[in-house]
Design a protein around this ligand. Sequence first.
Ligand SMILES: Cc1cc2nc3c(=O)[nH]c(=O)nc-3n(C[C@H](O)[C@H](O)[C@H](O)COP(=O)(O)O)c2cc1C
Length: 361
Amino acid sequence: MSYQTFRKLFFKMDPESAHDLIISALKTMQANSFVSKQFEKKMTVNDSRLKTKQWGVIFPNPVGLAAGFDKHANVFPALAALGFGFVEVGTLTPRPQPGNPQPRLFRLPEDEGIINRMGFNNDGIEQACQHFQKLDRPYIPIGINLGKNKDTPNKQASDDYRKGLEALYLDGDYFVINISSPNTKGLRDLQQVTALQSLLTDILEERNRLGKEHGRNQPVLLKLAPDLSEEQLTEIVKTAVSQGIDGIIATNTTLSREGLKSAHKEETGGLSGKPLRQRSTQFVRQIYRITEGKIPIIGVGGIFTGEDAYEKIRAGASLIQVYTGMIYRGPSIARLINEELLVLLEKDGIDSIDQAVGLDA
Ligand SMILES: Cc1cc2nc3c(=O)[nH]c(=O)nc-3n(C[C@H](O)[C@H](O)[C@H](O)COP(=O)(O)O)c2cc1C
């Protein structure tokens, strides 16, 4: 059965039940190493032109799975077998929390988008530590996306991020400070420059301390919202760079509802998918210009095809991520995007993904 046929049935299910079903299937798959290996063989595109090294870490291809899919960090080995070049788990908060009441996840099929107001539902960092101990480490890099608990006041937010870093320091290949989810009240206020300065000072101090202890400074990235003005974005990026941030993820979901047609368009939450594509590409380009390409950017928002990925890369992204695209295009999305990227590179006579970064910036 093609994914398009499967999707028709799948989209009849409530979105969160469908997600839970997929997570169960992934757990079953990763428990069987023979099955996982078969998937890995079928889904992985092995081509040195796709390989890239960022922060000293090797990514076999630039197509990652974005945060919010493996919220509890318990299916990343199965996701690695789907051909992704890296997987970002979380958002994880220090204490487990249930998130917002259901329903909190909505498909917007006419717009090829999703609205979610999940609210950082996750099992917490202690559970995540146990998963990392038990599960086989995949050969691809794993990013760990950190957040703060809903009831932690913003003034103490840095404690939550520091706890995440300390508990999971050796489990992640990079860490993400998520201050851009629209579904935790007040979280985005941490993007304001004075709050951001003090937050990043605390977090990077902790990273440096842990770096000394473990002999390795793990990269810390900042994930930004697409709903900032050009001036705000410039100020935030300059602040983050001067504080010593290692990379930026652009972008999280948007509060904008421009041009939507689907029935659920008025639902509260963050919008992802096709309607976000242009805006997030614009952000990548602007960040690349502000930073003069000196720190890696992960581009995310509305990537469904190799062409969409290539657009983000040419705008300045060294790596890209997908989430909504996988819901609409299916579990082969990493393989499809990687194959399409190779065709585009060939067409332009470019020898590797690295050489395409920022060509249109
Ligand atoms: C259901 C859902 C849950 C998400 N949860 C998180 C999250 O916990 N942390 C986070 O940083 N981003 C989260 N995101 C945002 C994605 O990581 C990504 O930034 C955004 O969806 C844009 O990419 P896309 O258009 O490819 O989906 C979530 C997105 C969706 C659709």
